[in-house]
Structure formats: C-alpha cells, structure tokens
Design a protein around this ligand. Structure first.
Ligand SMILES: CC(C)(COP(=O)(O)OP(=O)(O)OC[C@H]1O[C@@H](n2cnc3c(N)ncnc32)[C@H](O)[C@@H]1OP(=O)(O)O)[C@@H](O)C(=O)NCCC(=O)NCCS
Length: 189
C-alpha cells in the first residue's frame, strides 16, 4: 500500500473518490455522447464497479484516475489521471494518462488543466520516464488534449485494441507518448 496522492490545479482539486461521486459519475457514464468512443454507455452497477477498480489502483500504487472537483462550485465533473496499462501491448508495461468529463464541463479547458497536473505528478513526483496515451482513431477531442499537453503521436504505434473484437469499428487505436525530456522542454519553451 502506497500513500495516496492528491493534487491541485488553478481551478480543480484532483482528489480521492468519495461515495457521493457515484451518482454524478453514473450519470456521465450513462451519457451516450460521453461514451461515444467506447463500446457502450455504462449502467450504474458498471460505473460503481469502475470506481471500485479505480480505488483499488490508488490503494496499490498511490496514483490513479483522480476525481475532479471544481473549486468554484465544489461540483464533481469526471476524472483525469494516470494508470498502469492493463492489457498486453507492444508499448506495455507503461503508465497511461486518460480523462472523462461530464458534457456540461467540456470546452472549458478542465481536461487539459487536470492532464497537465497529472503529467507533472508523473514526472516530478513519481519519477516516471514516459507517459503514454491512446484512443480510438476517430476520438479527436481526446487527441486534442494529448496534443495540448505536449504529447506526440507515435505513428509506428498504431494498434488494434485487444479488448475489442476484430469487427469493432473502435478497434483501431492511435498512440501518443511524452517522455521526461520532452515534458521539460514544453515547460521551458
Ligand atoms: C476528451 C474530453 C475530456 C475533452 O474535453 P474538452 O473539454 O474538450 O478538453 P479541454 O479541457 O482540453 O478543453 C479544450 C477546449 O476548451 C476551450 N477552453 C476554454 N477555456 C479554456 C481554458 N481556460 N484553457 C484551455 N482551454 C479552454 C478550448 O478552446 C477548447 O475548446 P475547443 O475544443 O472548442 O477547441 C471530453 O471530450 C470527454 O470527456 N470525452 C468523453 C470521454 C473520452 O472520450 N475520453 C477519452 C477516452 S481515450
């Protein structure tokens, strides 16, 4: 068991999950627009199970997909954070960065802000050498966040997600990477 890290950005707390987060989280995971690039929206039971897995990851590693809370309103708006890649891939073992926000909080820069804070944690606190991110080829909003935080597409890294069936149109994935030196460059221009 590692001590659990909590982070803060200008407008957000990146905090541990509370039991009260389930209601909002289940609502956002049941939204077909939010889940457009995933196989299906989640039921409340599936969202609860996902929170359980996220908490398990925090308990084991001290970092994970943080619950995002807006400082101005105290609202829970989704998650952003770091997790170990949990399937076989040419780029694994690796730590990935990911995000999922409720639709009414899109277009405000919150995902990118939380992603910057998570990246700083990865390199400055956890001492990682590289962070990866991936998404289905058509998920351009997610790729925009990757680009916004200085990640670069690894063109040779395109892969078929092994958890999706061969005929699933979401199966073709793109891979982005950033290493410590590249991150330092983005910070110092
Ligand atoms: C991917 C996702 C998190 C991106 O959310 P987002 O709000 O578009 O991302 P950002 O936080 O980077 O916000 C950028 C937008 O906010 C705008 N913005 C407004 N204020 C801003 C600020 N202070 N700082 C930065 N951007 C700001 C930007 O102009 C940009 O708008 P644009 O998309 O019209 O160009 C969101 O679409 C989502 O939750 N999708 C569903 C889940 C998902 O697919 N997750 C990824 C799976 S791999």
């Amino acid at each position: 068991m590692k001590p659990i890290l909590e982070l803060e950005s200008a407008r957000l707390l990146l905090r541990q999950w509370g039991d009260d987060d389930l209601r909002e989280f289940a609502t956002l995971c049941a939204d077909p627009q939010v889940m457009r690039y995933f196989p299906a929206p989640l039921s409340r039971v599936e969202s609860a199970a996902l929170i359980g897995r996220i908490r398990g990851h925090f308990a084991e590693y001290g970092f994970g997909l943080w619950a995002l809370e807006r400082k101005d309103s105290g609202a829970f708006i989704g998650f952003t954070g770091l997790m170990n890649v949990n399937f076989n891939a040419p780029f694994a073992p690796a730590v990935e960065i990911g995000w999922r926000l409720a639709r009414r909080h899109w277009g405000l820069g919150f995902a990118s802000e939380a992603a910057w804070t998570s990246l700083r944690c990865a390199f400055a606190q956890l001492g990682l050498n590289e962070v990866v991110s991936f998404t289905t080829r058509n998920n351009l909003p997610s790729q925009k966040v990757m680009q916004a935080i200085g990640m670069q597409r690894d063109l040779a890294g395109d892969f078929e997600h092994p958890r999706l069936t061969a005929d699933d149109p979401l199966r073709a994935h793109v891979l982005y990477r950033i290493n410590r030196a590249q991150w330092l460059e983005t910070l110092h221009g």
